[in-house]
Design a protein around this ligand. Structure first.
Ligand SMILES: Cc1cc2nc3c(=O)[nH]c(=O)nc-3n(C[C@H](O)[C@H](O)[C@H](O)COP(=O)(O)OP(=O)(O)OC[C@H]3O[C@@H](n4cnc5c(N)ncnc54)[C@H](O)[C@@H]3O)c2cc1C
Length: 376
């Protein structure tokens, strides 16, 4: 049995990860403070707590880049108000094939047309920015100097605190069992401790999104997959604030992390986690993972950044993250149920997109229509 929720709120947000807390924060900023956030365990205990913290602006559509720009405004505001926020480090995207080079330059051209700073780099121009890199075999790189990093847990808790100060109610240890839908309209939510009547319900349940939505006959296609990173031992002489390296041809990214290197993987053939449903008690979940699954990509990135091969590995981490079939997150009103909105399935960009996605949902509720198209 969870906490006893109030019998009514104008908006009920289900899920207290970065997306749910950002939605509540933006609703409050738009003057809508009769908001209740219900979290089944504790804030950040889903996938938010283990995000690597990368904030990269090179996204595939104008709409998704706009979401990141909205997030950046929040990161900068929070930094000014609370000291939690954004550290500018830049990102260098590497191309090791002609096709990749073409793709990266096209993307840079769309992104720079929107006013985001980009620099096209020849292989010998990359190493001065990232001295650990061996540029052999690279065709070029694109540098985004205004990208950066943040801490997902601190950001989420700062958003929750600001929302609460504005009057939003947040209840932890309170699972929602279903959304109450009558006549094609969301009417509220059901919890073990009682029903809450609401004008709007927002599903921010992350990797639980599909199974949660199925309870009230809504289809939300997403699946939790294993997502890996390793953290090395201390790298002698490693400075701080190096750019993040994204190397799609190696299926890897690298960031410096308190004198160590964090190497994350987006390997082909990612493995599903609990495809029949996430177990009920899951919180702060880690997965044992299999080293052999990522070894080929570790070897590729170690050839690219040779010091990775020479140092020990302090942490081998695998955690779940939700992915959608087309790589586009679900954001907006659910087809067939008015006043029921979803913000879930963030394909490993939920930290950098979450604050902007929360604004998108809040603007939709307050203004009564979609703020802009995401897929264009
Ligand atoms: C290893 C790893 C590295 C990552 N690195 C990055 C990165 O560098 N940059 C980036 O942008 N993203 C990154 N991500 C992705 C990012 O962590 C997620 O996309 C983001 O945290 C999703 O936030 P969320 O709020 O949608 O989901 P969650 O944080 O999972 O929140 C959903 C919440 O809903 C709650 N909930 C579920 N069902 C119910 C219910 N019935 N009732 C009440 N509450 C419920 C859950 O308990 C949970 O707290 C990474 C992910 C992983 C796994």
């Amino acid at each position: 049995m969870g906490n006893c929720p109030p019998s009514r709120a104008r908006v009920v947000v289900v899920g207290g990860g970065i997306v749910g807390c950002a939605t509540a924060y933006h609703l409050a900023r738009r003057g809508c403070t009769d908001v209740l956030v219900l979290e089944r365990k504790s804030l950040t205990s889903g996938t938010t707590w283990h995000a690597a913290g990368l904030i990269t602006q090179a996204r595939p559509t104008e709409g998704m880049r706009r979401i990141v720009r909205q997030s950046l405004e929040v990161f900068h505001d929070l930094e000014a108000q609370t000291g939690v926020g954004f550290r500018r480090t830049g990102t260098i995207h590497l191309a090791a094939t002609g096709d990749r080079w073409e793709e990266l330059r096209r993307q840079a051209s769309s992104v720079s047309a929107e006013g985001i700073e980009t620099e096209i780099l020849a292989p010998d121009e990359i190493q001065p920015l990232y001295p650990l890199l061996d540029p052999t075999g690279l065709v070029g790189g694109v540098y985004y100097p205004s990208d950066g990093r943040g801490n997902a847990t601190d950001t989420t808790l700062a958003l929750a605190r600001a929302a609460k100060e504005a009057g939003v109610r947040i209840l932890e240890k309170t699972a929602v069992t279903e959304v109450i839908v009558r006549g094609g309209l969301a009417r509220g939510v059901r919890t073990e401790a009682g029903d809450v009547e609401a004008e709007y319900v927002v599903n921010c349940t992350g990797m639980w999104g599909r199974q949660f939505a199925r309870n009230h006959a809504v289809t939300l296609p997403l699946q939790a997959l294993e997502h890996y990173y390793i953290v090395t031992d201390d790298v002698p002489g490693l400075g701080s604030g190096l750019p993040t390296i994204k190397s799609p041809d190696d299926c890897a990214y690298v960031k410096d992390d308190a004198g160590k290197l964090l190497v994350g993987f987006f390997e082909p053939g990612s493995r599903p986690w609990n495809s029949r449903g996430i177990p009920g008690e899951t919180e702060f979940a880690t997965i044992p993972g299999e080293w052999d699954h990522v070894t080929p990509f570790f070897e590729r990135v170690a050839a690219r950044i040779p010091s990775i091969a020479d140092i020990g590995i302090r942490l081998f981490f695998c955690g779940p993250e939700s992915f959608t079939p087309d790589g586009v997150y679900h954001l907006g009103e659910v087809p067939g149920v008015r006043n029921y909105l979803a913000a879930a399935g963030f394909n490993s960009v939920g930290f950098l997109s979450g604050p902007g996605a929360g604004k998108y949902i809040a603007d939709w509720i307050v203004d009564g229509h979609a703020p802009f198209a995401l897929t264009e």
